[in-house]
Ligand binder design. Structure first.
Ligand SMILES: [Zn+2]
Length: 208
């Protein structure tokens, strides 16, 4: 008699409730991961209150000072790649070793469609303005900020004109409307070098 094919849990939430396996929630601001039970809803970092990302049960947090590895796992997380056991062997599968390998890795696991390849080969002719100032709805501290019509949220990367150069920055903090309250200036390694209040005179642009 043929063996019954092995079945896999398809409902991850049920699996983790049954097994009690802890998830690794990562804070990309503190470069730390925290083991917590699976659950829905937003998890905030116990240290800095930044929203954390569930990187999966098999995630191994890089050393806190290894910013290159942290930027790598953040890039994977942004692309939806996590570290959950998966068929056929119950391991998370192959992952890139370094940040520089991430684009090729993503290309391999999700090859671009013909339309995406066509668009990628064309010069970008966006009519969006290169830079601008944000607009505000509501009164402080319950303000919502927009740049070129897009609502600004925590964690978004921007570039800000400051001290005579364009500097990378990230939206940060919480105001009364649940939106960001200021900009954190970043160096090339993604480390904070200071902060600016969200002032409507700031010159901003999306990262190039
Ligand atoms: Zn944190």
């Amino acid at each position: 008699m043929p063996r019954k094919p092995r079945t896999y849990w398809t409902d991850r939430a049920e699996f983790y409730v049954v097994t009690g396996r802890l998830q690794h929630y990562a804070c990309f601001h503190c470069c730390k991961a925290f083991k917590q039970p699976f659950g829905s809803g937003e998890r905030l970092c116990p240290q800095c209150r930044w929203p954390m990302t569930n990187m999966g049960t098999d995630f191994k947090a890089p050393p806190q000072k290894d910013t290159g590895q942290w930027r790598k796992v953040e890039a994977l997380a942004e692309a939806g790649v996590r570290f959950f056991p998966s068929p056929p062997d119950g391991l998370p599968g192959e992952r890139p070793v370094a940040l520089a390998e991430v684009p090729a890795f993503l290309n391999r696991i999700r090859p671009p469609t013909a339309a995406q390849r066509l668009l990628a080969g064309r010069p970008q002719r966006s009519r969006a303005p290169r830079e601008g100032k944000f607009s505000v709805q509501g009164q402080a501290p319950h303000q919502t900020f927009f740049l070129f019509g897009d609502r600004l949220t925590q964690g978004q990367h921007l570039e800000v004109w400051h001290s005579g150069i364009w500097q990378p920055a990230r939206l940060w903090g919480w105001n009364g409307a649940g939106g960001p309250s200021h900009l954190v200036l970043l160096d090339e390694q993604g480390q904070s070098t200071g902060q600016l209040p969200l002032d409507p005179t700031l010159r901003l642009r999306w990262p190039q």
